[in-house]
Design a protein around this ligand. Structure first.
Ligand code: KIV
Length: 264
C-alpha cells in the first residue's frame, strides 16, 4: 500500500471520507497504530504531559520533539506524520524555519504543526514558501494555558467564533495545508470545515470536521486524571491495543465517533 500524503488527505476530504488521526511518540505504539490502518500520526507536544509527566506542554523542547518524531518515523510505514512545533520554538519566522528544519531533517516529519492564528500567519507564509508543509492549530491552544487559565471550550460567542473562522481562512491563504481545531462548538467547526479547502481535523469539535484526532493515552483509558469529556475509551470491550486502535479507525470512518455526548 502506498504512503499517505497531503494529496491522499485532500482526496479524502473531496470524497467525504473521514480521516483518522492519533498521537504517537514511540516505535512500539506506532507499529500497532500502523497495523490498525491509521491515516495520520501526530507526534504531539502532549508528550510533555502523557510521557514526561509535566503539568502542561510548555517544557517540551525541540530536541524532545526531534527524538520522539525519529522514534515514530523509524517504524512508520504508511501514515503521514506531523510533528508539533513546541512552545517558544516559533517566535519568529526564522526561528520557526530552524525548528521545522530539525523536525523534518533529523526527525523525518512530513509536516509541522503550529498553534496560533493571526500572529502566526507571517510565519506560516515563511515556512510554506520554503517547502515546509504546515498544519495550523486553532481553538483551544494548550501552549497558551497560562493566558487561558484553564483548558476550556473556545469560540462560544459569535465574536469569538468569527475570529477563529477568520484566523482559519488566513492560515489557509498563508499556505497551511491542514488545520486542527481543538475544543470548539460543533456548529463552528462545521462552518470552518465547509469554508476551507484544506482538511480540518477536530478534537472535541463535533462530528462534522473532515477527520478526528485523539491523544493515544486518552483513548486507551490510561490517562489517570482529567480525561476530557470528548474522549471515548476505545480499549474498553477490546482485548488488545491494536483492536482498540482499529475500533477507533472504524468509528471515525463510519461517523460513529464522536457521538453527540462528545461534542460542545
Ligand atoms: O499535542 C497534541 O497531542 C495535540 C493534539 C491534542 C491535537 O496537539
Amino acid at each position: 500500500m502506498s504512503k499517505n500524503t497531503i494529496s491522499t488527505l485532500n482526496r479524502m476530504k473531496a470524497a467525504g471520507e473521514k480521516i483518522a488521526v492519533i498521537t504517537s511518540y514511540d516505535a512500539s505504539f506506532t507499529r500497532q497504530i500502523e497495523a490498525a490502518g491509521m491515516d495520520v500520526i501526530l507526534v504531539g507536544d502532549s508528550l510533555g504531559m502523557v510521557v514526561q509527566g509535566h503539568e502542561s506542554t510548555l517544557p517540551v523542547t525541540v530536541s524532545d520533539m526531534v527524538y520522539h518524531t525519529a522514534n515514530v518515523m523509524r517504524v512508520s510505514t504508511r501514515a503521514m506524520v506531523i510533528a508539533d512545533m513546541p512552545f517558544m520554538s516559533h517566535g519568529t519566522p526564522q526561528q520557526a524555519l530552524d525548528t521545522a528544519g530539525r523536525l523534518m531533517k533529523e526527525g523525518g516529519a512530513h509536516m509541522v504543526k503550529i498553534e496560533g492564528g493571526a500572529p502566526q500567519v507571517e510565519t506560516v507564509r515563511h515556512l510554506t514558501a520554503r517547502a515546509v508543509p504546515v498544519c495550523g492549530h486553532l481553538g483551544l491552544m494548550p501552549q497558551s494555558i497560562h493566558q487561558l487559565g484553564a483548558y476550556r471550550v473556545q469560540g462560544r460567542g459569535e465574536h469569538e467564533g468569527e475570529r477563529i473562522l477568520k484566523d482559519a481562512v488566513a492560515l489557509q491563504h498563508a499556505g497551511a495545508q491542514m488545520l486542527v481545531l481543538e475544543c470548539v462548538p460543533a456548529v463552528l467547526a462545521a462552518e470552518i470545515t465547509r469554508a476551507l479547502d484544506i482538511p480540518v481535523i477536530g478534537i472535541g469539535a463535533g462530528p462534522d470536521t473532515d477527520g478526528q484526532v485523539l491523544v493515544l493515552y486518552d483513548m486507551l483509558g490510561i490517562t489517570m486524571e482529567g480525561t476530557p469529556s470528548f474522549v471515548h475509551n476505545f480499549l474498553a470491550g477490546q482485548n488488545s491495543v491494536q483492536a482498540a486502535l482499529a475500533a477507533y479507525v472504524q468509528a471515525v470512518r463510519g461517523g460513529t465517533f464522536p457521538a453527540a455526548g462528545h461534542a460542545f
